[in-house]
Write a protein that binds this ligand. Structure first.
Ligand code: HEC
Length: 291
């Protein structure tokens, strides 16, 4: 598999502008061939506040110093009304969409921490690694942080719908590196490569369960593998094996240091549809982004 690595790195590099060290890059998704023109919101231009909050990754309540996502978006100030969705880009390749209406931003109440108070009450500009369900005899890969940490107080995300799963993207995100502004409907249409109801059901499952970590054809998240390039997933896993992988991932994941969380409530019907969508998207180019 070693020969695949350069191709994967290229895909990652193409998906977002480089992450600046001294701020957060904010850019508008370019239309057809144009280049993204990121504006850097410098940390030094933001007034940091202190906040005591629960953090879904750490479990308990901590005191942080940082800035709310809303403040960063306000400072970027280039958003048009059609840009109703922010795609949050993370250091590990995750990409999480956030609808930008006031009620949703208030409900999510996302906070970008630059420092956290340690047990002695001192603010430290570093964040401890997070390890989910460490097995006592094996070392598991940890989530590590750079110059900030996204703090979500609630597992809620609007794309999860009414699923009973305990899965939430917020448990897996690390350091916010960029914010991409899109028109949500136009952005979602790029993946709608067929009107077949089965394929559409599969796209729905992808949006609910996979999009935060996986992309297709170099578009979208790049924490886990691309579902199409270089080798389409549907060619090496049938729907049953894919279901097993999604439901029970963690059982072998710990030994291998793998980071994909299991989603035990996934059903065969959903995953069959997801497989149909993966196959369709392997046979068809994505649709252009037309806001
Ligand atoms: C929180 C992030 C995350 C989510 C959500 C996620 N994955 Fe993954 N996935 C990963 C990572 C990371 C890998 C790479 C291997 C590893 O570390 O586990 C991976 C690997 C894979 C692989 C390749 C490995 C193999 O054994 O075939 C497939 C296929 C896959 N995921 C399918 C899915 C599907 C389908 C969904 C949605 C139903 C999904 N993943 C949701 C993170 C995620």
């Amino acid at each position: 598999m070693a020969h695949l690595v350069p191709a994967l790195l290229l895909l990652v590099a193409a998906s977002a502008p480089p992450a600046p060290a001294d701020g957060i890059a904010v850019w508008r998704r370019p239309v057809a061939g144009a280049k993204a023109a990121p504006v850097i919101v410098a940390w030094s231009s933001l007034k940091l506040e202190e906040r005591t909050s629960v953090d879904v990754q750490l479990g308990g309540e901590r005191s942080f110093r940082g800035v709310s996502l809303k403040t960063i978006l306000g400072a970027a100030a280039q958003r048009t009304p059609a840009e109703d969705t922010a795609l949050l880009h993370f250091k590990n390749g995750m990409q999480v969409p956030v609808p930008l209406d006031d009620a949703m931003l208030a409900r999510l109440d996302l906070f970008v921490a630059r420092a956290v108070k340690d047990s002695t009450g001192k603010l430290a500009e570093r964040f401890d690694n997070v390890v989910h369900e460490r097995s006592p005899w094996m070392e598991q890969r940890a989530i590590t942080f750079g110059t900030n940490k996204l703090v979500a107080k609630d597992p809620f995300h609007p794309a999860l719908g009414a699923t009973t799963t305990k899965f939430t993207p917020w448990a897996h995100v690390d350091t916010l590196t960029g914010i991409e502004l899109v028109n949500g409907a136009a952005w979602r249409r790029t993946l709608r490569i067929s009107e077949d109801p089965r394929v559409l059901q599969g796209l729905g499952a992808f949006e609910q369960r996979c999009q935060f970590c996986h992309g297709v054809r170099g578009a979208g998240a790049s924490f886990g593998w691309d579902f199409v390039k270089p080798i389409p997933v549907h060619t090496w896993r049938d729907a049953e094996s894919l279901l097993y992988h999604v439901k029970f991932r963690k059982l072998t994941g710990a030994e291998q240091g793998l980071l994909m969380p299991p989603q035990p409530d996934a059903t065969i019907d959903e995953v069959r549809a997801l497989w149909d969508w993966m196959k369709a998207v392997s046979a068809n180019e994505l649709r252009p982004y037309l806001p």
